[in-house]
Design a binder for this molecule. Structure first.
Ligand code: ZN
Length: 437
């Protein structure tokens, strides 16, 4: 009897292992089956896939016998974080995120089907080349979106590698898409969020006057400005990016309302760019007291921002508060639209951001363009600064919102602004020539 019992147990145990194994297999099959199929694609694939940019330029392709990329090496490198590679080394690449669609894989048959699949993107690969060249091998990112339609016409992360090179000499962090997949200290571009919150929460903001002698103790902590800004009103404080004024403004808004606005504008969330998840940011949400609220209101403290989230925010401001959700893929589906910023606040922010350029940065930095923007020079703590510039064009023919970020790059005005000008000039020229609207 004892013997029989032991046998029964053994059989049960074996059955359990088989069920467990089968369960694991089915689970992994459903998850990875398309990759298994595409792994053997050279042997059995009947499908062909083509990824093109908005102008029909071939960026990546595979057929029964080979994987291909654009023939021009600098096009391949500049568009690396858009296409990805056939080794899945960067998480945001089309070849990784859309392999199922591209291979027209069927989980029922476990095979790819006889089908030619084309995926057209909204990015302009030539504009990406210009942006990548402007970043000049520095770590950073550039994003440009049409704020009326949501078309993402430029997405570049630097440095990048050639996707045809299976063993590249890869600089550190090369596989991270710095536009989508990481968050950074924002510095003064954060003052856009503080300003929007102040417009809604501090009724006296337009009557206030701010005095700055380069440093001041606020709540027992010494705040510094790079310059003595002397007397400024609200618009002047934003244009001159006065830390002392904006620390006080954030304290007037109060931590609770600051958190509400940061959250409502989507800075704490991961977003979804046609299925590609983006990085969430951070902001002090536990009680921190006045001095820290002051620091967080000028983009320091524990603030971290994903460049993509800021691109969404300025895009909504440019479009009177209505966000046209950015789209990487031109799939013919209508763009999702939703109010991200109160329309009245957005229109006021447009005027403030235009005033920044007219009164402080200088229109002569952007010949022929009407730019609204905000610079940022973010102290990282290791002695280096991140250079930022974000904003949009006031131009119905070329409704482009943009963000430029250079990691450890230095000053926003001296480093990020010239890159933005190069990219925007190219975007406007190509938008006119190729009729983007
Ligand atoms: Zn100041």
């Amino acid at each position: 009897m004892k013997k029989l019992n032991r046998r029964a147990y053994s059989v049960l145990l074996i059955a359990l292992f088989i069920v467990l194994g089968l369960f694991t297999y089915v689970q992994r099959y459903l998850r990875d089956g398309d990759r298994w199929a595409s792994y053997f694609s050279r042997l059995n694939s009947l499908s062909e896939g083509y990824v093109t940019d908005r102008n029909g330029v071939l960026l990546a392709a595979f057929t029964a016998n080979d994987n291909r990329f654009n023939e021009d090496r600098s096009t391949r490198i500049a568009n690396y974080h858009v296409t990805g590679d056939f080794w899945d080394r960067t998480g945001t690449g089309i070849l990784t995120g859309f392999s199922r669609q591209l291979h027209s894989y069927s989980p029922i048959t476990g095979m790819t089907q006889t089908k030619t699949v084309s995926l057209q993107l909204n990015v302009d690969s030539e504009l990406n080349k210009k942006a990548y060249a402007a970043l000049a091998e520095r770590k950073g990112a550039v994003g440009v979106v049409n704020y009326r339609t949501g078309e993402l016409i430029c997405m570049v992360s630097s440095p990048a590698v050639d996707p045809t090179d299976n063993d590249p000499v890869a600089p550190e962090g090369v596989y991270i898409n710095r536009l989508l997949s990481a968050s950074f200290v924002p510095g003064s571009i954060f003052k856009l969020i503080t300003a929007a919150a102040a417009i809604e929460c501090v009724p006296t903001i337009w009557q206030r006057s701010f005095f700055c002698e380069g440093e001041e103790e606020i709540g027992g902590v010494l705040f510094h400005c790079p310059f003595e800004h002397y007397t400024n009103d609200f618009a002047g404080a934003l244009a001159n990016s006065c830390n002392i004024a904006f620390a006080k403004i954030a304290i007037s808004v109060g931590q609770t309302e600051m958190v509400n606005h940061v959250r409502a504008y989507g800075f704490l969330d991961s977003h979804n760019l046609d299925g590609i998840p983006t990085a969430a940011g951070s902001y002090p949400i536990e009680f921190v007291g006045d001095p820290e609220t002051g620091w967080s209101g000028i983009g320091q403290s524990t603030d971290l921002i994903c460049p993509y989230s800021m691109l969404r925010f300025v895009s909504a401001i440019a479009n009177d508060g209505l966000l046209a959700e950015p789209k990487l893929i031109n799939d013919g589906q209508p763009t999702e639209k939703s109010i991200l910023v109160n329309p009245e606040t957005a229109k006021t922010m447009q005027q403030l951001m235009r005033n920044n350029v007219v009164t402080v940065y200088g229109d002569n930095r952007f010949p022929g363009l009407s730019v609204c923007g905000k610079t940022g020079t973010a102290e990282v703590g290791d002695g280096t600064d991140h250079a930022w510039f974000t904003g949009f064009l006031q131009d119905e023919e070329h409704p482009y919102a943009f963000i430029v970020f250079v990691e450890g790059g230095g000053g926003g005005l001296s480093v990020a602004v010239p890159i933005a000008n190069t990219v925007l000039q190219a975007a406007v020229r190509r938008g006119t020539e190729l009729d983007y609207s």
